[in-house]
Design a protein around this ligand. Sequence first.
Ligand SMILES: [Zn+2]
Ligand SMILES: [Zn+2]
Length: 365
Amino acid sequence: MRAAVVNAIGAGFDIEDIEIDVPLGREVLVEVKAVGLCHSDLHFAEHDFGNPLPAVLGHELAGVVAAVGPEVSEVLIGQRVVGSLVRWCGTCENCTNDLSYRCTQRHTLVRAAGDAPRLRRADGTAVTAAMGTAAFAEYALIHENQLVVVPEALPFAQAALLGCSTITGAGAVLNTATVSPGDSVAVIGCGGVGLNVLSGALLAQAGTIIAIDTQPAKLELAREFGATHVVDASQGDPVQAVREITGGGAKHVFEVVGIEATTLQAVRMTATGGTAYLVGLHRPGSTTTLDMMADVLAPQRTIVGVYMGSADIRVDIPRYAELYLDGKLNLDSLISRQIKLSEINDGFDEMRRGSAARSVITAWD
Ligand SMILES: [Zn+2]
Ligand SMILES: [Zn+2]
């Protein structure tokens, strides 16, 4: 099957023919129909997070169940599914307390070192199936706990987005922050995840909703997703702008970029007693220096690290699917382009330039 393979950090994606094993245990063979290009994939392709190479990335997917392992009980052949990198075992203390996003036994959902690899080259070289999804390929072998069945009416490209950008962005607002009606919300970064933060804020009936970015096109899109105010951070100090709009700071601030400058801005535009939610992935070893008195103690701010929108994918993905089908969640405008697998490097170049919301691979030539 065709797959986009990362052979070296920073060297992009190579289209190769590789082999995929049959499903064992609770594994499911998914025919991938759509897979989004997520900033995390770019991050893992450009910075060494310790994934052995060569590797296949891709984790925001929708497809059809093509075959199931002998112990699979949650999905049936032919069903439409969304896949996610959220791995939960179902039996650890966190999983049994409805905190599956804090699963401590994630490693049990992928094959152990020494087992036959899920992916390999014809010469037998193992290819890492990253995040347990490895969806930049025609087929993917995925543990059934990382899959959720969705309605047939949900188009594949829109369905794929539910698996990462929607659960992460909307989940940060609805699950992690539990924003209340009338609350003020600000989001720094209006890409795929940031726009879903806005969708979450709209669903939570937040009051003032401020979108911050440096790309005018993304700020235009942000208005479509419910932003009541937009701030072009290339045209002045966004901290000052948010303080002026809100009269002191936003109660909930979501940082989805993942660099020091925007992390500091997020903390500093948070109201007294408010919370800054750090959603964007940072580079390995990245640090941020805070003025502890001025930034944290005196204003009594809370700073929260958010993982995948605190999502329980079995609950959240069907809920977002239903909201989309009811016309209450905008997924259509998130998709800036549908591309072929062979255009994956162009898609990520576009993401680097900051010009796209989401490119989604929907063809395999
Ligand atoms: Zn992602
Ligand atoms: Zn667990």
